[in-house]
Structure formats: structure tokens, C-alpha cells
Design a protein around this ligand. Structure first.
Ligand code: ATP
Ligand code: MG
Length: 410
């Protein structure tokens, strides 16, 4: 894409009421637009990042049998009344609205009821199981505090998968697989080293649930990390005599601030029971379906990357989710930059081509702020020296290399 055609502009300052680093950098670099506290629009480059994260998750979910679909955002009262989650006294973060005739509706704040109710229309026999539907969805929550930028939105994006299994044994096998997929997802988006599988309380149907917590000072959660094992526990598990079966002792744990980027949960019959979601087994008996739920906060993940992978000049995107792979900067009018743009795009490389008539200094500052991993500058001087000036975003120094050498690495 030509930067001259990108309508967004970088800004020196973020809105004065913005206190989080992720929103400040993302707004200044032109990835998101603040509509109001906790509500952000995704600008072209922000959407590209979001879609890349989605693509990584989609690939992992499909690999273990996930099937993508889309549940509606408008939800009816009767469905949520079944599990006693309609009342504002029980769930305090609903956004609700009404039809013209006064019928009450709610905007999805989560998805268990929507999927359980929907799957009742499709599951009748053991042959229909297992099923692993998932969706990427905009979720609405009337969060009391919205000070963490896109990490805690009142409108945000997530992936949720629900598993429908015949019994606990089948469920546990899938649970192990998706736990592994989650680890892969966080590795691939560049958060692997600092994201811990964290044991949290499990509810009625299993001893533990698991959160995926990324260590960061911007985190709202406190976790206790066992560095030797590379796992962590949540506060609620800390005082449990549970620690023993995790091979942990309190003394070996380090307290850290962390961001919950995802979680996986065995639901058992909690949702199948109120919906009478049953299947006939081989003998013709009715059994309740065994369920699990698996969420990843996509916008929170994007914010977490910015919080943890940035420097004083701006964002440093991992290549896997960067809006573009190459930031091609043309200094002065030159045909070589144009030629290189065409060569790279023909090769399928995603390039942001800074073809604007602006000073070199402004272009470099923008490139640092935007954070595309490979920066290549074509100027009269670089051409005199035999090529282009190439610098990775996370390096201090650039180098002159020939155009061919630069292109051949992609
Ligand atoms: P938290 O304790 O941080 O409020 P939660 O327990 O309410 O999170 P879930 O309901 O399990 O979260 O949602 C699944 C995932 O969605 C979370 O792991 C998190 O990554 C993300 N998420 C939750 N709330 C928000 C929000 N307000 N904005 C952005 N992402 C969110
Ligand atoms: Mg919450």
C-alpha cells in the first residue's frame, strides 16, 4: 500500500484522557481511533493486525477440528433466563436494548448460552459428537473500569470455541489438545517467552481451569510464577493445599503482574443441563453433552503485544502479526523505490511504501512509531553507495545492501 493513499496520519500526542501505553501508541501510530472510553474503531493498519491474529488462531483451531461460524450479537432474554444469567443482579455488565414492541434483547457479553441453545438444534445422537464450533465475535461488556486501552474494552473482539463431547474422557483428550494449540498461538504472535500457562480454580467439573497470562507491568492480574517449570498459579489457587499436586512450593513462586490473554475451562454439564442438551448413546439412552469453553481476547492480545514489545520510539511488531512486512521509504523522487515496490509486491511481500512528500526525519520517526519489522530506505545517497539502506525495527544500526540481496530474503 502507498502511504500517500493511507488516510491515517501519525500524531504527536494521544488524547489527554488516555493513560494506557497500548492505546497511546496505537492511536498515535494510526492503528485505532478512540470513539469513547473503552470503545475503539480499528483503522486500516489496526484491522490488518487484528486479521493476522485471527488467521493464526483460525489455523490452530481448524487443525484440532474447530469449525468456524458466527453467532448473532443480539440475544433474546428467554435463552439467558434458562441459566439465570439474564438478570442484571446476576450479571452486571450486560448492555441491553429493546425491540419497538418492548421485547428485551441483550448484546452478547459471552457465548455459552448462544452456542448451547443453537447446538440443541443439531445434536441428537452420539454420531453428532464431538463438535467444536467457534466464532470470532464482537463482545459487549459494560466494564466499570476502562483504563487499559484495547486490553479492556467495552466493545472488544475475541475468539470463543465451545466443545461438545460425549463424556469426560473424550472431553479431557480435546482439552489437552487445545491447551497445546493455545501455547502455539501465543508463541506465534510473539508472546511465547512471557506467557505462562496458569492454573486457576476450576469450578464444579474440574479441579483447575487454565488461564494464559502474559507477564507485564500493565497487567491487572497477579500471578505466581514457577520459573523452573515454566508455569504459574492464580491467587485463588495459591492458598490451596493444590500446590502439592502441581509440584510447587510457595517459596519457589515469584509474584508478577500479568495480563490474561486467554482461558480454557471445563464446563461439564453446567450449560447442557439447563438447555437439556442431550444425545442418544449407542444403547439409545439419553445422556447430557459434556462441554468446555475456550476464549482468546484478540484485541487484548494486540494491546498486550504493544505493551510488551515497544520502545521509546514506538511499536515493534513481531513479523507474524505486523500490518506490513516491509516499510519502504523513498527519500526524494526516485524511480528505484518505485521499482522495488513493484518487485516486492509482485513477489507477494506486504509493503507499506512511504511515497509521501515529507522530510526524511519525519518519515523515519513515523516508521519507528508504526513499527514494521523491516525498514528499507532508497535515497540518492544509498544508491550512490551501491544499494538500499536496510534496518530491522529492533536494531540500532542499518546497513547498505544491494537491492538483489534485500529482495532475495523474502
Ligand atoms: P477479566 O478477568 O480480565 O475481566 P474475564 O475473566 O472476564 O477477563 P472471559 O470472560 O473469560 O474474561 O473472556 C475471555 C477472554 O476475553 C479473556 O481471557 C480476555 O483475554 C478477553 N477479555 C475479557 N474481557 C475483555 C475486555 N473487556 N476487553 C478485551 N478483552 C477482554
Ligand atoms: Mg471480566
Amino acid at each position: 500500500m502507498r502511504q500517500s493513499q493511507l488516510f491515517t496520519k501519525t500524531r504527536k500526542e494521544a488524547p489527554s484522557d488516555e493513560v494506557s501505553k497500548n492505546a497511546e501508541l496505537l492511536i498515535r501510530a494510526g492503528f485505532i481511533y478512540k470513539e469513547m472510553a473503552g470503545v475503539y474503531s480499528y483503522l486500516p493498519m489496526g484491522l490488518r493486525v487484528l486479521k493476522k491474529i485471527e488467521a493464526i488462531i483460525r489455523e490452530e483451531m481448524n487443525m484440532i477440528g474447530g469449525v468456524e461460524m458466527q453467532t448473532s450479537a443480539l440475544q433474546e432474554k428467554s435463552v439467558w433466563a434458562k441459566t439465570n444469567r439474564w438478570s442484571d443482579d446476576v450479571v452486571d455488565n450486560w448492555f441491553k436494548t429493546q425491540l419497538k414492541n418492548g421485547t428485551e434483547l441483550g448484546l452478547s457479553f459471552t457465548n455459552e448460552e448462544a452456542f448451547s441453545s443453537l447446538m440443541k438444534g443439531f445434536i441428537t445422537s452420539y454420531k453428532d459428537l464431538p463438535a467444536y464450533p467457534y466464532d470470532f465475535k464482537t463482545i459487549f461488556r459494560n466494564e466499570a473500569r476502562a483504563k487499559s486501552g484495547i486490553m479492556r474494552g467495552r466493545e472488544f473482539h475475541w475468539k470463543a470455541l465451545y466443545s461438545f463431547s460425549r463424556d469426560e474422557k473424550d472431553h479431557n483428550e480435546f482439552y489437552k489438545k487445545i491447551r497445546q494449540s493455545y501455547i502455539s498461538v501465543f508463541d506465534k504472535v510473539g508472546l511465547g517467552g512471557r506467557t505462562y500457562l496458569t492454573f486457576a480454580s476450576g469450578g464444579t467439573f474440574s479441579k483447575y481451569s487454565h488461564e494464559f497470562q502474559t507477564v507485564s507491568d500493565a497487567g491487572e492480574d497477579i500471578i505466581y510464577v514457577d520459573e523452573a517449570q515454566g508455569i504459574a498459579v492464580n491467587k485463588e489457587v495459591l492458598n490451596d493445599e493444590v500446590l502439592a499436586d502441581l509440584n510447587m512450593s510457595r517459596e519457589s513462586l515469584q509474584e508478577k503482574k500479568a495480563i490474561e490473554v486467554g482461558n480454557i475451562f471445563s464446563l461439564g454439564y453446567k450449560f447442557s443441563e439447563p438447555f437439556s442438551l442431550t444425545y442418544k448413546n449407542e444403547e439409545g439412552d439419553n445422556n447430557l453433552v459434556y462441554m468446555g469453553s475456550y476464549g482468546i481476547g484478540i484485541s487484548r492480545l494486540m494491546g498486550t503485544v504493544v505493551e510488551t514489545l515497544s520502545d521509546e520510539k514506538g511499536i515493534i511488531w513481531p513479523e507474524s502479526i505486523a500490518p506490513f512486512t516491509v516499510h519502504l521509504i523513498s527519500i526524494g523522487q526516485n524511480d528505484k523505490a518505485q521499482e522495488l515496490y513493484e518487485t516486492l509486491t509482485t513477489k507477494g511481500v506486504e509493503v507499506l511504501f512511504d511515497d509521501r512528500e515529507t522530510s526524511a526525519g519525519a518519515k523515519f520517526a513515523d516508521a519507528d512509531l508504526i513499527g514494521i519489522p523491516h525498514r528499507v530506505v532508497v535515497s540518492g545517497r544509498s544508491l550512490d553507495q551501491g544499494g538500499v539502506e536496510y534496518k530491522k525495527r529492533d536494531r540500532e544500526q542499518g546497513e547498505i545492501i544491494s537491492v538483489d540481496d534485500f529482495v532475495s530474503q523474502f
